[in-house]
Design a binder for this molecule. Sequence first.
Ligand SMILES: Cc1ncc(COP(=O)(O)O)c(C=O)c1O
Length: 375
Amino acid sequence: MKKEVYLDYNSTTPIDPRVKEKYLEALEIFGNPSNVYKYGRDAKKQLEQSRKTIAEIFNVDKNTIIFTCGGTMANNISIFGLSKVYGKEKRHIICSMIEHPSCLNTVRELERSGYKVTYLPVDRYGVVRLDILEKSITSETFLIVCMAVNNETGSIQPIEEIAKLAREKNILFHCDSVQVVGKEKINLDNVEVTTFSASAHKFYGPKGVGFLYLREGVKLGPIIFGGHQEREIFPGTENLPSIISMAYALELSYLNIEEEKKREYKIKNMIYENLINMYPNLKLNGSFDKCVANTLNVSFVGKLNTEIINKLDNLGVYAGTGSACKTSEDTPSHVLLAMGLSKIEYQGAVRISIGRFTKEEDVPEIIEAFREALK
Ligand SMILES: Cc1ncc(COP(=O)(O)O)c(C=O)c1O
């Protein structure tokens, strides 16, 4: 049987075998961290150790890390929570047009409830327009929402500059960091975000677990009600095996991140060069370099991405269109639309996202599959 090749790491990553082992071990720690007897104390110790491991990676205090059940939840809790506390007198939010639905739809919900929202456009590389951001700020603005890296194009957003501007203007900044955590180093001393979100299944950890960072001194109004866990921001008995293995997955991701980035960049480059030789009408969506090393979004102009992806699927090569729940024909990607792609361009867009288990030796097979799929 032909080897299968997975090219959709931005959608989700396979669990690293070492993380899986850690998860299975952690299943044995069955105590509830809220209990005061030994089993509870043992569980609590592991919970707090995981929090410390994560906090140290970002150079922040451990109490700023709050565990959640994934990126969507972390984004919802942050945006609604900040609005509840700081969006009473000031009612204006600025949100990038290319956010993941877990931020975009949260902001839209706030808009429906009476907040004023400015949707921040991007340039043709899919990078938010800082000049327009600056002009959009009013005395009413209390919150900026902008992701660190876009999931569809891999484009890196100028979050340091946004954070600086937000601080100068005394505005809060929520940064969806789901696609950057585990891919690039982030030093929260340089990037003063108010809140950020992360999700373990994007860095070789289990699904349904993530965390948010909440800057010291900032409050989140509760949107979920329950016990005292996770500072009452995300109450409920903690998913300890997932949390323990997430912390371990994060540690592993940052162990040799620079070498891994170089390796992935090289493979991405090989794929791109081959594809452009094969299909001269190929359009790169975004910038090749102002982009995370693993992501390549290209349009096979004149072809339909759904057809390409289905054919690749039959050949055992799995890539995506970039946005999980959309077909290019009737609901085009809001990200590619914001970048100004024409219909013929966005209809042919394919996202190739590689990762830890992609090998240089896979490239000929990948290219052959594309050749076949494009026939
Ligand atoms: C940028 C971004 N934000 C948020 C999410 C949601 O994360 P989760 O799947 O953990 O809810 C994703 C997942 O695709 C994402 O890519």
